[in-house]
Design a protein around this ligand. Structure first.
Ligand code: NAP
Length: 281
């Protein structure tokens, strides 16, 4: 029987601990620390993600404000909004919901978020510092994945992790975190040749492609650990889990695996930031 890496139950456990930390914080501050979430446009999955994050903040006692901006927002308008939030002392975290409309320079906007408030770990300075093993906020989904693997004591040292996908918010930062855990890491992408042969050599396979059931049973070796970060229409991941489960040692379900851990990581880093704010006040 393979082990289910249950992100839903771990995230609940994390939230319980965060709730206590927030209650303690509120007794020290004369305001409730807030996560500001910027939503540009009306992309339905993004609307649902920001609402989920708002509810999660409320569950642990943090305030959350969703700043809605129109679809035609310019880069400069978004930069101006981020600058205002950077200066607001009641805001301990800023999250820019990804993806933003095409006319916006997303990288410039991510990088405008003050590193002290970058609780989603998306700016270049956070990425660089984390890559070098320095203290900085980590990208939320990769952090959630590593937290989940560690909770279940999945061996990482010397293991070969193959990540399929190299986006700046998922595949690349996860590669850095797993390298920091002494994994040997291979990152695959759309130009990778012999993908199946590479995936077959993996002890840990991470689906971060955004293509339903892209990783199939014939691509994996026996006793592999499967991490499915993909979230496609109809609650389908990037791994054909149904047919892979018999072969694997452990796997993350979809839903209930990586998704809740992303939110738990965001909350954890928001509370850390609020604690730093409390120390300074
Ligand atoms: P993305 O920016 O579209 O990146 C997809 C990656 O997959 C790219 O690096 C791309 O390669 C690679 N790829 C595409 N086709 C491929 C192929 N045929 N063979 C090998 N690699 C291929 O997507 P993302 O934002 O990283 O998201 C990936 C998935 O994770 C999506 O399903 C998304 O919904 C999900 N996600 C989930 C969470 C969560 O909290 N659960 C958070 C973030 C993302 P190139 O670089 O060469 O184009």
């Amino acid at each position: 029987m393979s082990i289910i890496l249950d992100g839903k139950s771990l995230s609940k456990k994390i939230e319980e601990e965060l709730k206590l930390r927030v209650a303690f914080l509120k007794s020290k501050l004369n305001f409730t620390p807030k996560l500001a979430t910027i939503l540009v446009g009306n992309f339905p999955p993004s609307i649902s993600y920001v609402n989920m994050k708002k509810k999660a903040c409320e569950r642990i006692g943090l305030e959350s404000e969703i700043i809605k901006m129109p679809e035609q927002t310019t880069t400069q308008e978004l930069l101006n909004c981020i600058q205002i939030l950077n200066q607001d002392k009641t805001i301990c975290g800023i999250l820019l919901q990804h993806p933003v409309p095409k006319q916006i320079d997303e990288r410039a906007c991510f990088d405008a978020i003050s590193p002290e408030k970058d609780v989603d770990g998306v700016n270049s300075s956070s990425f660089g510092n984390v890559a070098l093993g320095k203290k900085a906020y980590k990208c939320a989904t990769p952090m959630g994945i590593v937290t989940l693997l560690k909770e279940y004591k999945i061996p990482l040292v010397s293991k070969h992790a193959v990540i399929i996908g190299r986006s700046p918010i998922l595949g690349k930062p996860l590669a850095q975190l797993l390298l920091n855990e002494d994994c040997t890491v291979t990152v695959c992408h759309s130009k990778t040749q012999n993908l199946k042969e590479i995936v077959k050599t993996a002890d840990i396979v991470v689906g971060a492609v955004g293509k339903p059931k892209f990783i199939t049973a014939d691509m994996i070796k026996e006793n592999v650990v499967l991490v499915d970060a993909g979230y496609n229409e109809g609650n389908v991941g990037d791994i054909d889990l149904e047919n892979c489960i018999q072969k694997c040692y452990a796997y993350t379900p979809v839903p209930g695996g990586v998704g809740p851990m992303t939110i738990a990581s965001l909350l954890t880093q928001t509370v850390e930031s609020a604690e730093k704010l409390a120390e300074m006040s």
